[in-house]
Design a protein around this ligand. Structure first.
Ligand SMILES: [Zn+2]
Length: 196
């Protein structure tokens, strides 16, 4: 078994992007319990296909400020974590495109200073687009700008990129050639991660 556990926000709102703090604490306890190998994302994706050990990687999308507590718990348990940041919203909130989304709490995002601190403490910071647009509505050129602009603003070249997009029913089937392939499913947010 191999899996990428993707979290967004650790809060008690009950929203589709939220995991309650008490439940997350149970996850950390289990992940630290030796039941499964927990690897940095880059190592998980680079594993030998024949490697038999059950392995997971832990990631967080969007860069909510409540990640600080989650990161502290993970790092204290020596569990590696990758945080995907929306560079155009650092220090702001998850009002992507200036809009709130029904059922999704509007929450503060980490500042650059906080991101630097987290990186120094051992969190891997990676790119999650500049403005968190609905990628399937963009031209190939705009998608590249969202990706490359995010990497540029991070001032680094992350080994992996991640794109979290809201996908309405049937949208994948309407995808035009040249648009990015989207894998996975669940809730209204899915991820396509690719090795570079
Ligand atoms: Zn996202």
């Amino acid at each position: 078994m191999r899996a990428i556990l993707t979290y967004h926000s650790i809060d008690d709102s009950g929203s589709p992007i939220s995991v309650p703090p008490a439940v997350f604490a149970e996850h950390v306890q289990w992940m630290a319990g030796g039941h499964v190998r927990v690897l940095p994302l880059v190592d998980l994706l680079g594993l030998d296909p024949d490697d038999p050990a059950d392995s997971i990687a832990i990631t967080f999308d969007d860069g909510f400020r409540n990640f600080r507590d989650a990161a502290a718990a993970l790092l204290a348990a020596r569990l590696p974590v990758t945080l995907f940041v929306v560079t155009g919203h650092v220090g702001g909130s998850n009002t992507w495109g200036g809009r709130t989304e029904p059922g999704i709490p509007t929450l503060p995002l980490l500042t650059w200073a906080e991101l630097e601190r987290l990186a120094a403490e051992g969190v891997t910071i990676a790119a999650h687009t500049r403005t968190h647009p609905r990628l399937t509505t963009l031209s190939a050129e705009s998608i590249e700008e969202e990706m490359d602009g995010c990497v540029r603003e991070l001032g680094t070249r992350p080994t992996h990129r991640s794109f979290c997009v809201s996908v309405r029913r049937g949208e994948r089937r309407r995808r035009r050639p040249g648009r990015p392939a989207i894998q996975g499913g669940g809730h209204d947010a899915i991820r396509a991660a690719r090795a570079r």
